[in-house]
Design a protein around this ligand. Structure first.
Ligand SMILES: Nc1ncnc2c1ncn2[C@@H]1O[C@H](COP(=O)(O)OP(=O)(O)OP(=O)(O)O)[C@@H](O)[C@H]1O
Ligand SMILES: [Mg+2]
Length: 382
């Protein structure tokens, strides 16, 4: 549908009079000399001109639509959506001043990826004929995402305290148990009893290893230097390929413009390795038939909120595997310590990865369904 005209001030006044509606607050050009402030918002904001083309898009909109502001401006906006006709219809209603604001759900096309559902508030700026319509958009899942992030943070803080205290409590008597078993062994003449002392010693050693892993993030000093994320990825890639020389393809999809940042490289390697390792372990069947795939993908994200703090730039590192997905019964708890869905798993890999990433003010999230598990590491960039 072609949308051309913009409405005259008389028409607007007449329509307002007819609808007997109170005038919504107007935004005058003097009070809003530039739209720079919109860049601080987490919602994507798009301002349409009188021809329903994009007159302005804020930074969050650039991230959401994956277009620079420059290429968004002057686009026929409705064309970006599966249900763009709704915008065209609404634009006409807006021109007739049939509402001052309205809510609707839009479906953003992102071929070849899945469409994204956006909750949108459309506001009519009655006194701004050249930019009559403002759209504020938020991913419908975003609120859920914020809630989930908050939960992850609270939980992992509580987990960390619990782990540290518990590990210390276990560690102290463990040395005593092992030492006593060794002394006992020296006193024993009958070799068959040694079997028992050996069980005690071996189990004490196993527990010691577990406790050491639990305490690792709290113990090692933070060694901070310049980190190139692709060096981290490459190291993890070669470790995994050495372990799985056949049947597993590890693809790279890197944004090489990502700047270096300050961090503890070894910790980040460990975090990424724990995640990618899980992927490879989940791909057991695929690896057997030669179709196992892990993708390491890096991107820059703009204006993101990580752990309640807003960053202008962040790094998004995806580890995507084509395995069976995380089983439903543990899906919500995978970052908890000692939660494992794997035979012989100790359930610490993801807890440690989350701790290491959080020590870099970042966060790990996960989305999983059969055929696609996507772990995302967010890290703030300078
Ligand atoms: N990519 C994945 N695909 C399917 N399931 C996964 C994936 N990543 C993690 N999981 C599930 O999450 C569980 C927890 O992972 P985590 O790394 O914390 O512990 P683990 O692998 O069981 O033991 P550990 O890493 O300590 O040896 C795994 O046991 C597995 O069931
Ligand atoms: Mg693991």
């Amino acid at each position: 549908m072609a949308i051309k005209s913009f409405f005259s001030s008389e028409a607007r006044a007449a329509a307002r009079h007819q609808a007997n509606a109170p005038a919504p607050p107007s935004v005058s050009a003097e009070r809003l000399p530039s739209w720079a402030g919109l860049d601080y918002l987490t919602s994507a904001v798009v301002i349409l001109d009188a021809q329903a083309r994009v007159a302005h898009a804020n930074a969050a909109a650039e991230t959401l639509f994956e277009f620079s502001r420059k290429s968004l401006v002057s686009q026929q906006f409705s064309g970006l959506f599966a249900n763009g006709q709704v915008i065209d219809d609404l634009f006409i209603e807006a021109q007739r001043l049939q509402f001052s604001n309205k809510r609707l759900d839009l479906t953003l096309l992102r071929s070849p990826r899945e469409p994204l559902h956006l909750h949108t508030i459309v506001t009519v700026l009655q006194d701004e004929p050249s930019t009559p319509v403002v759209l504020e958009m938020q991913e419908i899942d975003q609120q859920l995402k914020f809630d989930r992030e908050e939960r992850i943070l609270d939980q992992s803080q509580a987990n960390r305290e619990l782990i540290r205290n518990l590990a210390h409590e276990i560690k102290n008597p463990l040395g005593g148990i092992r030492g006593a078993a060794q002394l006992l062994e020296l006193e024993l003449n009958a070799p068959e009893f040694r079997e028992y002392t050996q069980v005690i010693i071996k189990e004490a050693d196993r527990l010691q290893t577990l406790v050491d892993r639990l305490l690792a993030p709290h113990r090692r000093p933070h060694i901070v230097g310049e980190v190139n994320i692709h060096e981290v990825c490459e190291r993890v890639r070669s470790v995994l390929l050495a372990e799985y020389p056949r049947g597993l393809a590890i693809e790279r999809d890197y944004d090489t413009s990502i700047p270096e940042f300050r961090g503890d490289k070894e910790q980040l390697i460990q975090a990424l390795l724990n995640i990618a390792h899980n992927g490879a372990q989940a791909l057991k069947e695929q690896i057997q038939v030669g179709s196992g795939q892990i993708i390491l993908k890096t991107r820059i994200a703009r204006q993101v909120t990580i752990a309640k703090t807003r960053y202008r730039l962040a790094l998004e590192l995806h580890v995507i595997d084509n395995g069976p997905g995380i089983s439903e019964d543990i899906k919500e708890r995978i970052f908890f310590p000692l939660v494992s869905g794997r035979e012989g798993g100790s359930g610490l890999g993801l807890t440690l990865a989350q701790t290491f990433v959080q020590q870099h003010h970042g966060l790990i999230e996960c989305e999983s369904r059969p055929g696609k598990t996507d772990f995302r590491i967010f890290l703030p960039l300078p």
